[in-house]
Design a protein around this ligand. Structure first.
Ligand code: 17E
Ligand code: FE2
Length: 437
Protein backbone atom coordinates (compact mmCIF):
# COMPACT_ATOMS: atom_id res chain seq x y z
CA UNK A 1 0.00 0.00 0.00
CA UNK A 2 1.23 3.47 -0.94
CA UNK A 3 1.28 6.00 1.93
CA UNK A 4 0.81 9.22 -0.04
CA UNK A 5 0.11 10.25 -3.62
CA UNK A 6 0.75 13.80 -4.77
CA UNK A 7 -1.58 14.31 -7.75
CA UNK A 8 -1.13 16.67 -10.69
CA UNK A 9 2.10 18.43 -9.73
CA UNK A 10 4.23 20.19 -12.35
CA UNK A 11 7.87 19.46 -12.95
CA UNK A 12 9.95 21.76 -15.17
CA UNK A 13 13.18 20.80 -16.91
CA UNK A 14 16.10 23.12 -16.14
CA UNK A 15 17.54 22.65 -19.63
CA UNK A 16 14.51 22.97 -21.88
CA UNK A 17 12.01 24.64 -19.50
CA UNK A 18 9.46 22.09 -20.73
CA UNK A 19 6.88 21.24 -18.09
CA UNK A 20 5.00 18.04 -17.40
CA UNK A 21 2.07 17.22 -15.09
CA UNK A 22 2.78 14.16 -12.97
CA UNK A 23 1.71 12.12 -9.93
CA UNK A 24 4.21 11.04 -7.27
CA UNK A 25 3.76 7.95 -5.07
CA UNK A 26 5.46 7.87 -1.67
CA UNK A 27 5.97 4.79 0.50
CA UNK A 28 7.98 4.50 3.71
CA UNK A 29 9.59 7.88 3.11
CA UNK A 30 10.75 7.12 -0.43
CA UNK A 31 9.50 8.00 -3.91
CA UNK A 32 8.23 4.72 -5.40
CA UNK A 33 6.71 5.98 -8.67
CA UNK A 34 6.50 9.10 -10.82
CA UNK A 35 4.07 9.00 -13.72
CA UNK A 36 1.51 11.18 -15.53
CA UNK A 37 -1.44 9.15 -14.29
CA UNK A 38 -0.97 6.74 -11.41
CA UNK A 39 -3.74 4.12 -11.22
CA UNK A 40 -3.11 3.17 -7.58
CA UNK A 41 -4.64 4.94 -4.59
CA UNK A 42 -3.24 5.88 -1.20
CA UNK A 43 -4.51 6.67 2.29
CA UNK A 44 -3.42 10.28 1.79
CA UNK A 45 -3.90 11.97 -1.58
CA UNK A 46 -3.11 15.62 -2.22
CA UNK A 47 -4.16 17.52 -5.33
CA UNK A 48 -1.34 19.90 -6.26
CA UNK A 49 -3.43 21.65 -8.98
CA UNK A 50 -0.48 21.87 -11.36
CA UNK A 51 1.68 23.80 -8.89
CA UNK A 52 5.47 23.59 -9.30
CA UNK A 53 7.30 20.68 -7.68
CA UNK A 54 10.95 21.37 -6.87
CA UNK A 55 13.80 19.69 -5.06
CA UNK A 56 14.15 21.33 -1.65
CA UNK A 57 16.40 24.30 -1.02
CA UNK A 58 19.92 23.62 0.23
CA UNK A 59 21.48 26.09 2.67
CA UNK A 60 25.13 25.47 1.93
CA UNK A 61 26.57 28.12 4.25
CA UNK A 62 25.17 29.45 7.51
CA UNK A 63 26.47 30.07 11.02
CA UNK A 64 23.71 28.62 13.21
CA UNK A 65 25.74 29.18 16.39
CA UNK A 66 25.42 32.96 16.07
CA UNK A 67 21.91 33.32 14.55
CA UNK A 68 19.41 35.55 16.34
CA UNK A 69 21.99 37.41 18.44
CA UNK A 70 22.01 40.77 16.61
CA UNK A 71 22.69 43.60 19.06
CA UNK A 72 24.15 41.28 21.73
CA UNK A 73 26.12 42.67 23.40
CA UNK A 74 26.20 45.55 20.91
CA UNK A 75 25.41 46.51 17.35
CA UNK A 76 28.01 46.29 14.54
CA UNK A 77 28.39 50.01 13.77
CA UNK A 78 31.20 49.78 11.19
CA UNK A 79 29.45 46.96 9.34
CA UNK A 80 32.77 45.15 8.84
CA UNK A 81 33.68 41.49 9.12
CA UNK A 82 36.29 42.36 11.73
CA UNK A 83 33.98 44.25 14.07
CA UNK A 84 31.59 41.30 13.71
CA UNK A 85 34.33 38.88 14.83
CA UNK A 86 35.03 41.11 17.88
CA UNK A 87 31.37 41.32 18.89
CA UNK A 88 30.89 37.58 18.48
CA UNK A 89 34.08 37.10 20.53
CA UNK A 90 32.35 38.87 23.42
CA UNK A 91 28.99 37.16 22.88
CA UNK A 92 30.53 33.70 22.75
CA UNK A 93 31.94 34.04 26.27
CA UNK A 94 28.30 33.79 27.40
CA UNK A 95 27.10 30.91 25.23
CA UNK A 96 25.66 27.72 26.68
CA UNK A 97 24.49 24.52 25.02
CA UNK A 98 20.87 25.55 25.65
CA UNK A 99 21.37 29.04 24.26
CA UNK A 100 22.87 27.73 21.00
CA UNK A 101 20.38 24.88 20.62
CA UNK A 102 17.34 27.09 21.20
CA UNK A 103 18.37 29.71 18.68
CA UNK A 104 19.54 27.17 16.11
CA UNK A 105 16.34 25.12 16.40
CA UNK A 106 14.18 28.22 16.00
CA UNK A 107 16.14 28.96 12.83
CA UNK A 108 15.93 25.39 11.50
CA UNK A 109 12.12 25.43 11.83
CA UNK A 110 11.99 28.77 10.06
CA UNK A 111 14.22 27.33 7.33
CA UNK A 112 12.12 24.17 7.00
CA UNK A 113 8.94 26.25 6.66
CA UNK A 114 10.69 27.99 3.76
CA UNK A 115 11.59 24.75 2.01
CA UNK A 116 15.15 24.18 3.21
CA UNK A 117 15.81 20.53 4.11
CA UNK A 118 19.63 20.42 3.94
CA UNK A 119 21.83 22.78 5.95
CA UNK A 120 25.60 23.07 6.24
CA UNK A 121 26.34 25.08 9.38
CA UNK A 122 29.65 26.37 10.67
CA UNK A 123 30.40 25.93 14.38
CA UNK A 124 33.05 28.18 15.89
CA UNK A 125 35.69 25.90 17.40
CA UNK A 126 38.08 28.58 18.62
CA UNK A 127 36.35 28.60 21.99
CA UNK A 128 37.92 26.33 24.64
CA UNK A 129 34.73 24.51 25.73
CA UNK A 130 33.61 23.76 22.14
CA UNK A 131 30.07 24.63 23.25
CA UNK A 132 28.79 25.68 19.82
CA UNK A 133 30.06 22.44 18.32
CA UNK A 134 28.58 20.24 21.04
CA UNK A 135 25.22 21.99 20.73
CA UNK A 136 25.06 21.71 16.94
CA UNK A 137 26.16 18.04 16.96
CA UNK A 138 23.37 17.25 19.44
CA UNK A 139 20.89 19.10 17.27
CA UNK A 140 22.11 17.29 14.14
CA UNK A 141 20.91 13.98 15.55
CA UNK A 142 17.75 15.40 17.15
CA UNK A 143 16.41 16.85 13.89
CA UNK A 144 17.62 14.17 11.48
CA UNK A 145 14.12 12.82 10.72
CA UNK A 146 13.12 16.09 9.06
CA UNK A 147 16.33 18.10 8.48
CA UNK A 148 19.78 16.97 7.29
CA UNK A 149 22.54 18.97 8.94
CA UNK A 150 26.27 19.06 8.24
CA UNK A 151 28.51 20.69 10.83
CA UNK A 152 31.77 22.42 9.89
CA UNK A 153 34.50 22.74 12.53
CA UNK A 154 35.27 26.41 11.87
CA UNK A 155 38.27 28.05 13.60
CA UNK A 156 36.84 31.61 13.58
CA UNK A 157 39.84 33.21 15.29
CA UNK A 158 42.44 31.37 13.19
CA UNK A 159 44.27 28.07 13.68
CA UNK A 160 47.63 29.61 14.64
CA UNK A 161 46.54 32.85 16.34
CA UNK A 162 46.24 31.08 19.69
CA UNK A 163 48.24 28.09 20.88
CA UNK A 164 45.24 25.89 21.70
CA UNK A 165 43.24 26.43 18.49
CA UNK A 166 45.00 23.74 16.46
CA UNK A 167 44.22 21.17 19.15
CA UNK A 168 40.59 22.33 19.39
CA UNK A 169 40.12 21.93 15.63
CA UNK A 170 41.33 18.34 15.72
CA UNK A 171 39.24 17.59 18.82
CA UNK A 172 36.17 18.84 16.95
CA UNK A 173 36.79 16.22 14.27
CA UNK A 174 37.22 13.50 16.87
CA UNK A 175 33.86 14.59 18.28
CA UNK A 176 32.16 14.13 14.92
CA UNK A 177 32.19 17.33 12.86
CA UNK A 178 31.43 16.47 9.22
CA UNK A 179 33.63 19.12 7.61
CA UNK A 180 36.98 20.83 8.39
CA UNK A 181 37.15 24.61 8.06
CA UNK A 182 39.80 27.30 7.96
CA UNK A 183 40.19 31.08 7.71
CA UNK A 184 43.61 31.72 6.08
CA UNK A 185 43.07 35.46 5.41
CA UNK A 186 42.64 36.02 9.17
CA UNK A 187 45.81 34.19 10.26
CA UNK A 188 48.52 36.55 11.53
CA UNK A 189 50.75 36.23 8.47
CA UNK A 190 50.56 35.07 4.87
CA UNK A 191 52.82 32.14 5.87
CA UNK A 192 50.47 31.11 8.68
CA UNK A 193 47.61 31.34 6.19
CA UNK A 194 49.31 28.94 3.78
CA UNK A 195 50.18 26.59 6.66
CA UNK A 196 46.55 26.68 7.85
CA UNK A 197 45.24 25.59 4.44
CA UNK A 198 47.68 22.66 4.43
CA UNK A 199 46.62 21.74 7.97
CA UNK A 200 42.96 21.72 6.94
CA UNK A 201 43.72 19.31 4.07
CA UNK A 202 45.84 17.05 6.32
CA UNK A 203 43.09 16.81 8.92
CA UNK A 204 40.45 16.13 6.25
CA UNK A 205 42.53 13.24 4.95
CA UNK A 206 43.29 11.85 8.42
CA UNK A 207 39.62 11.87 9.51
CA UNK A 208 38.06 11.35 6.07
CA UNK A 209 36.00 14.57 6.16
CA UNK A 210 34.94 17.23 3.68
CA UNK A 211 36.63 20.67 3.54
CA UNK A 212 34.98 24.11 3.57
CA UNK A 213 37.35 27.04 4.00
CA UNK A 214 36.37 30.67 4.56
CA UNK A 215 38.78 31.86 1.89
CA UNK A 216 39.89 35.41 1.03
CA UNK A 217 36.84 37.07 2.61
CA UNK A 218 38.29 40.56 2.18
CA UNK A 219 38.54 43.17 -0.59
CA UNK A 220 42.36 42.94 -0.50
CA UNK A 221 43.50 41.96 -4.00
CA UNK A 222 46.69 40.59 -2.38
CA UNK A 223 44.72 37.94 -0.47
CA UNK A 224 45.54 34.87 -2.54
CA UNK A 225 44.76 31.75 -0.57
CA UNK A 226 42.35 30.44 -3.20
CA UNK A 227 45.38 29.44 -5.30
CA UNK A 228 46.73 27.51 -2.30
CA UNK A 229 43.40 25.69 -1.85
CA UNK A 230 43.32 24.88 -5.59
CA UNK A 231 46.93 23.61 -5.53
CA UNK A 232 46.23 21.28 -2.58
CA UNK A 233 43.10 19.93 -4.29
CA UNK A 234 44.99 19.38 -7.58
CA UNK A 235 47.76 17.47 -5.81
CA UNK A 236 45.41 15.40 -3.68
CA UNK A 237 42.78 14.94 -6.45
CA UNK A 238 39.95 15.61 -3.99
CA UNK A 239 38.35 18.76 -5.46
CA UNK A 240 34.77 17.46 -5.30
CA UNK A 241 35.14 17.22 -1.50
CA UNK A 242 36.55 20.75 -1.16
CA UNK A 243 34.74 24.11 -0.96
CA UNK A 244 36.09 27.64 -1.05
CA UNK A 245 33.55 29.91 0.66
CA UNK A 246 33.24 33.65 0.05
CA UNK A 247 36.45 34.21 -2.06
CA UNK A 248 35.38 37.87 -2.25
CA UNK A 249 38.95 39.01 -3.07
CA UNK A 250 38.53 37.18 -6.40
CA UNK A 251 36.23 40.05 -7.35
CA UNK A 252 39.16 42.46 -6.82
CA UNK A 253 41.94 40.53 -8.57
CA UNK A 254 43.30 41.99 -11.80
CA UNK A 255 41.98 40.22 -14.89
CA UNK A 256 45.36 38.81 -15.93
CA UNK A 257 45.74 36.98 -12.60
CA UNK A 258 42.04 36.03 -12.46
CA UNK A 259 42.29 34.46 -15.92
CA UNK A 260 45.32 32.37 -14.97
CA UNK A 261 43.67 31.35 -11.70
CA UNK A 262 40.48 30.25 -13.48
CA UNK A 263 42.54 27.66 -15.37
CA UNK A 264 43.89 26.25 -12.11
CA UNK A 265 40.38 26.19 -10.64
CA UNK A 266 39.18 24.15 -13.59
CA UNK A 267 41.96 21.69 -12.94
CA UNK A 268 41.08 21.56 -9.24
CA UNK A 269 37.29 21.13 -9.72
CA UNK A 270 36.55 22.46 -6.23
CA UNK A 271 33.18 23.89 -5.18
CA UNK A 272 32.47 27.56 -4.47
CA UNK A 273 29.99 29.33 -2.23
CA UNK A 274 29.09 33.01 -2.51
CA UNK A 275 26.93 34.71 0.11
CA UNK A 276 25.42 37.66 -1.76
CA UNK A 277 23.50 39.25 1.12
CA UNK A 278 26.52 39.30 3.39
CA UNK A 279 29.23 39.92 0.76
CA UNK A 280 27.48 43.06 -0.50
CA UNK A 281 27.13 44.42 3.05
CA UNK A 282 30.43 43.43 4.75
CA UNK A 283 32.72 44.21 1.81
CA UNK A 284 33.44 47.58 0.22
CA UNK A 285 33.57 49.21 3.66
CA UNK A 286 37.04 50.68 3.11
CA UNK A 287 36.09 52.09 -0.30
CA UNK A 288 34.92 55.61 -1.00
CA UNK A 289 33.42 55.86 -4.50
CA UNK A 290 33.12 53.89 -6.68
CA UNK A 291 32.41 51.15 -4.10
CA UNK A 292 33.10 47.53 -4.97
CA UNK A 293 30.37 44.88 -4.75
CA UNK A 294 32.67 42.59 -2.79
CA UNK A 295 31.33 39.42 -4.34
CA UNK A 296 33.30 36.67 -6.07
CA UNK A 297 33.17 36.10 -9.85
CA UNK A 298 29.94 34.11 -9.72
CA UNK A 299 28.97 34.55 -13.36
CA UNK A 300 32.42 33.60 -14.65
CA UNK A 301 32.69 30.54 -12.37
CA UNK A 302 29.26 29.42 -13.64
CA UNK A 303 30.25 30.10 -17.27
CA UNK A 304 33.36 27.96 -16.69
CA UNK A 305 31.13 25.08 -15.52
CA UNK A 306 32.48 25.17 -11.98
CA UNK A 307 30.07 24.27 -9.20
CA UNK A 308 28.94 27.34 -7.31
CA UNK A 309 26.14 27.66 -4.77
CA UNK A 310 24.70 30.54 -2.76
CA UNK A 311 24.40 30.66 1.04
CA UNK A 312 22.64 33.01 3.46
CA UNK A 313 25.69 33.02 5.82
CA UNK A 314 23.97 34.91 8.66
CA UNK A 315 20.52 35.67 10.00
CA UNK A 316 20.31 38.42 12.62
CA UNK A 317 23.81 38.16 14.05
CA UNK A 318 26.88 40.40 14.58
CA UNK A 319 27.67 40.33 10.85
CA UNK A 320 24.17 40.86 9.44
CA UNK A 321 21.23 42.08 11.47
CA UNK A 322 18.57 41.33 8.82
CA UNK A 323 17.47 38.13 7.08
CA UNK A 324 14.70 35.55 7.23
CA UNK A 325 16.58 32.43 6.17
CA UNK A 326 14.85 32.33 2.77
CA UNK A 327 17.03 30.90 0.00
CA UNK A 328 14.89 32.76 -2.54
CA UNK A 329 15.94 36.05 -0.90
CA UNK A 330 19.53 34.89 -1.34
CA UNK A 331 19.04 33.92 -5.00
CA UNK A 332 17.23 37.21 -5.65
CA UNK A 333 20.14 39.23 -4.25
CA UNK A 334 22.56 37.03 -6.23
CA UNK A 335 20.71 37.83 -9.46
CA UNK A 336 21.23 41.54 -8.77
CA UNK A 337 24.77 41.84 -7.51
CA UNK A 338 26.22 39.20 -9.84
CA UNK A 339 24.46 40.66 -12.92
CA UNK A 340 22.69 37.34 -13.53
CA UNK A 341 19.51 38.78 -15.03
CA UNK A 342 19.34 36.75 -18.27
CA UNK A 343 16.70 34.02 -18.43
CA UNK A 344 19.29 31.21 -18.16
CA UNK A 345 21.15 33.17 -15.52
CA UNK A 346 18.11 33.53 -13.24
CA UNK A 347 17.45 29.81 -13.64
CA UNK A 348 21.12 29.21 -12.77
CA UNK A 349 20.68 31.25 -9.58
CA UNK A 350 17.78 28.96 -8.61
CA UNK A 351 20.10 25.99 -9.11
CA UNK A 352 22.65 27.72 -6.88
CA UNK A 353 20.21 27.38 -3.95
CA UNK A 354 19.12 23.83 -4.87
CA UNK A 355 21.11 21.25 -6.89
CA UNK A 356 24.48 23.04 -6.84
CA UNK A 357 24.31 23.21 -3.04
CA UNK A 358 23.49 19.49 -2.96
CA UNK A 359 26.64 18.83 -4.99
CA UNK A 360 28.76 20.96 -2.63
CA UNK A 361 27.39 19.01 0.35
CA UNK A 362 28.14 15.71 -1.45
CA UNK A 363 24.50 14.63 -0.88
CA UNK A 364 24.57 12.07 -3.73
CA UNK A 365 21.46 9.88 -3.80
CA UNK A 366 19.84 11.64 -0.86
CA UNK A 367 18.81 14.55 -3.11
CA UNK A 368 16.49 14.98 -6.08
CA UNK A 369 12.92 14.16 -7.10
CA UNK A 370 13.51 10.69 -8.54
CA UNK A 371 12.19 7.16 -7.98
CA UNK A 372 14.14 5.38 -5.24
CA UNK A 373 15.28 8.58 -3.52
CA UNK A 374 13.93 9.97 -0.23
CA UNK A 375 10.62 11.81 -0.77
CA UNK A 376 11.97 15.26 0.08
CA UNK A 377 10.50 18.01 -2.07
CA UNK A 378 8.67 21.32 -2.03
CA UNK A 379 5.60 22.67 -3.83
CA UNK A 380 5.61 26.29 -4.99
CA UNK A 381 2.79 28.43 -6.36
CA UNK A 382 5.01 29.67 -9.19
CA UNK A 383 4.95 29.24 -12.98
CA UNK A 384 8.60 28.25 -13.11
CA UNK A 385 11.93 28.74 -11.33
CA UNK A 386 12.29 32.26 -12.74
CA UNK A 387 8.91 33.20 -11.27
CA UNK A 388 9.87 31.68 -7.89
CA UNK A 389 13.01 33.86 -7.72
CA UNK A 390 11.01 36.92 -8.76
CA UNK A 391 8.24 36.50 -6.15
CA UNK A 392 10.33 34.82 -3.41
CA UNK A 393 7.18 32.97 -2.46
CA UNK A 394 6.97 30.61 0.52
CA UNK A 395 6.29 26.94 -0.40
CA UNK A 396 2.72 25.65 -0.11
CA UNK A 397 4.03 22.27 1.08
CA UNK A 398 7.34 21.07 2.39
CA UNK A 399 7.72 17.29 2.37
CA UNK A 400 10.68 15.74 4.16
CA UNK A 401 11.42 12.02 3.92
CA UNK A 402 7.76 11.36 3.05
CA UNK A 403 6.16 13.53 5.75
CA UNK A 404 4.46 16.88 5.17
CA UNK A 405 6.34 18.93 7.75
CA UNK A 406 5.08 22.39 6.78
CA UNK A 407 2.06 23.75 4.95
CA UNK A 408 1.54 27.45 4.32
CA UNK A 409 -1.70 29.16 3.39
CA UNK A 410 -0.89 32.11 1.16
CA UNK A 411 -1.95 35.56 2.25
CA UNK A 412 -4.99 36.92 0.41
CA UNK A 413 -5.73 40.58 -0.03
CA UNK A 414 -9.27 41.90 -0.39
CA UNK A 415 -9.25 45.01 -2.51
CA UNK A 416 -12.11 47.46 -2.44
CA UNK A 417 -12.31 50.68 -4.41
CA UNK A 418 -15.10 51.89 -2.09
CA UNK A 419 -12.90 51.58 0.99
CA UNK A 420 -15.20 49.03 2.63
CA UNK A 421 -13.54 45.66 3.29
CA UNK A 422 -16.02 42.90 4.15
CA UNK A 423 -13.79 40.22 5.55
CA UNK A 424 -10.49 41.27 7.02
CA UNK A 425 -9.75 37.95 8.72
CA UNK A 426 -8.81 36.45 5.38
CA UNK A 427 -5.88 38.85 5.30
CA UNK A 428 -4.16 36.81 7.95
CA UNK A 429 -1.41 34.52 6.89
CA UNK A 430 -1.02 31.24 8.71
CA UNK A 431 1.80 28.79 8.86
CA UNK A 432 1.28 25.41 10.43
CA UNK A 433 4.00 22.99 11.31
CA UNK A 434 3.08 19.38 11.94
CA UNK A 435 3.87 17.50 15.14
CA UNK A 436 7.19 16.23 13.90
CA UNK A 437 8.65 19.65 14.72
N1 17E B 1 32.68 34.68 10.32
C1 17E B 1 33.45 34.97 9.24
O1 17E B 1 34.68 34.85 9.30
N2 17E B 1 32.85 35.39 8.11
C2 17E B 1 31.54 35.52 8.03
N3 17E B 1 30.98 35.94 6.91
C3 17E B 1 30.74 35.22 9.17
C4 17E B 1 31.35 34.79 10.30
C5 17E B 1 29.27 35.37 9.10
FE1 FE2 C 1 30.61 32.39 6.74
Amino acid sequence: MIDTILRRGRVVSFNTEESQIIDIAIKEGKITAISPNLKESASQEIDLSEKLISSPFVESHIHLDSVLTAGEPRWNESGTLFEGIKIWGDRKRKISIEDVKNRALTMLKQQAAQGILFVRTHADVSEPQLIALRALLELRSEVKDWMTMQVVAFPQDGIYSHSQNEVLLEKALEMGADVVGGIPHYELTREDGVRSVKKTFELAEKYNRLIDIHCDEIDDEQSRFLEVVAAEAIRRKNGSRVTASHTTAFGSYNNAYAFKLMGFLQQAQINFIANPLINITLQGRADTYPKRRGVTRVKELWQNNLNISFGHDCVQDPWYSLGTGSMLDVAHMGVHICHMTGRDEVNACYQMVTGNGAKTLNLGNKYGVEVGKPASLIVLDAKDYYDAVRTRIQPLYVISQGKIIAATTPATTNFSSTGIIQNSSSLEKSVSLSKVL
